[in-house]
Design a protein around this ligand. Structure first.
Ligand code: NAD
Ligand code: TDX
Length: 333
């Protein structure tokens, strides 16, 4: 089998490529990645001779058509992925997430190639404290330019399945954590701040809730869906680990032996989604998937260890990421 993985130099994509090379040596992996600020070729250094790497844009229809013509399946991770960036500059989100997905769908349609689309729980909007978790039937209600662009791309996939018979599945996952995540994101930002002796930065009061899943469990679910999922079906992926942001910061502080209140409250995110929660029962009952990282604290502790041991990987992005937050107006409250 030959597999095209878009966004394979990003956080989840790189972990997916590592997992695939380790567990499925018979699969030939081709990575297509534009190496934007979020992509890091070094994430694939240790397996560089076991994969084919193509630097290019998923919205480049000619390139995408040629690559898709040479594979049996596509897993599409490539995206602009950070909500805060989408508030400052929405256009790249429209271009990569919507136009890029369109280019891939046209190519898989032409070559009749199996397609799996990676999406997010954010397409469903947010929940209050007492609402039941999202299911595959929850109406779309995205809040940010990022989640609106992901919702748009999901709808393109559904239309290409219905109108053109494209063999596609979609998965909408909750917040991932683990190795190789960019330091702009919540958990790596706080870990690397603490390694640098800087106080963690919590948006607003920090009562927003996220449903955390280890990236390895997400990627195992993606393989399960690619192999056994029903064409046209949406599967939600989550590990039932809801925590508010303040509690996550307190857990990280405890791992560093610091006091629970040793952090700063900073400017809140405009339109900040209150709570995400996933009902993954379809994936569990129909496809038999279960998360292996059942204990968030243990997974977090291993992730902190990874960042301590891989400073060479994240250091080049740290200062520029923090200055982007300052330029965007982030202030201690
Ligand atoms: P990331 O930002 O770490 O990586 C994105 C990758 O895509 C980078 O390597 C980047 O260079 C590449 N890329 C960006 N624009 C491109 C383009 N035009 N052409 C080719 N490559 C391009 O993102 P991530 O956190 O790994 O997210 C991967 C996917 O998973 C995204 O589709 C995201 O919406 C989805 N997702 C992420 C999470 C999460 O918690 N991180 C949760 C659910 C779903
Ligand atoms: O410094 C911070 N302080 C803080 O309190 C940062 C960077 C974030 N936060 C808050 C905002 C969110 O409530 O932490 C929470 C998590 O923030 P992000 O890491 O930016 O993730 P989120 O906005 O929840 O989106 C993530 O999960 C869904 C991914 O970035 C998306 O790609 C995915 O679709």
């Amino acid at each position: 089998m030959r597999l095209l993985v878009t966004g394979g130099a990003g956080f989840i994509g790189a972990n997916f490529v590592h997992q695939t090379v380790a567990d499925r040596p018979e699969v030939g992996v081709v990575v297509l990645d534009a190496l934007t600020y979020a992509g890091n070729r070094a994430s694939l250094d240790s397996i560089a001779d076991r994969i084919e790497f193509v630097r290019g844009d998923v919205a480049d229809q000619e390139l995408v058509d040629r690559l898709v013509g040479g594979v049996d399946a596509v897993v599409h991770f490539a995206a602009e992925s950070h909500n805060d960036n989408s508030l400052a500059q929405p256009f790249p989100f429209v271009q990569t997430n919507i136009v890029g997905t369109f280019a891939l769908l046209e190519a898989v349609r032409r070559h009749d190639v199996r397609y799996h689309h990676i999406s997010t729980d954010e397409v469903y909007g947010d929940l209050d404290a007492h609402e039941p978790p999202f299911t595959p039937n929850t109406p779309y209600n995205p809040s940010s330019p990022y989640s609106a662009s992901k919702a748009s791309s999901d709808l393109l996939v559904r239309a290409w399945v219905r109108s053109f018979g494209v063999r596609a599945t979609i998965s909408n996952c909750s917040n991932n954590y683990g190795p190789y995540q960019h330091v702009e994101k919540f958990i790596p930002r706080q870990i690397t701040n603490l390694i640098d002796g800087v106080r963690p930065r919590l948006y607003g009061a920090g009562h927003q809730v996220r449903d955390w899943i280890h990236v390895h469990d997400h990627n195992r679910a993606v393989w399960t869906i690619l192999e056994h999922g029903r064409i046209g079906q949406t599967y939600l992926i989550g590990a039932n680990d809801e925590l508010d942001n303040k509690s996550v910061i307190e857990l990280i502080l405890a791992e560093f032996g610091r006091d629970a209140d040793d952090f700063d409250h900073v400017t809140d995110r405009p339109g900040h989604d209150q709570r995400y929660a996933i009902d993954a029962s379809l994936l569990r009952t129909e496809l038999g998937w279960e998360p292996r990282f059942a204990d968030f604290r243990a997974g977090l502790s291993a992730t902190i260890r990874w960042y301590r041991e891989h400073e060479d990987w994240w250091r080049p992005n740290k200062a520029v990421t923090e200055s982007t937050y300052l330029t965007a107006g982030e202030k201690v409250l």
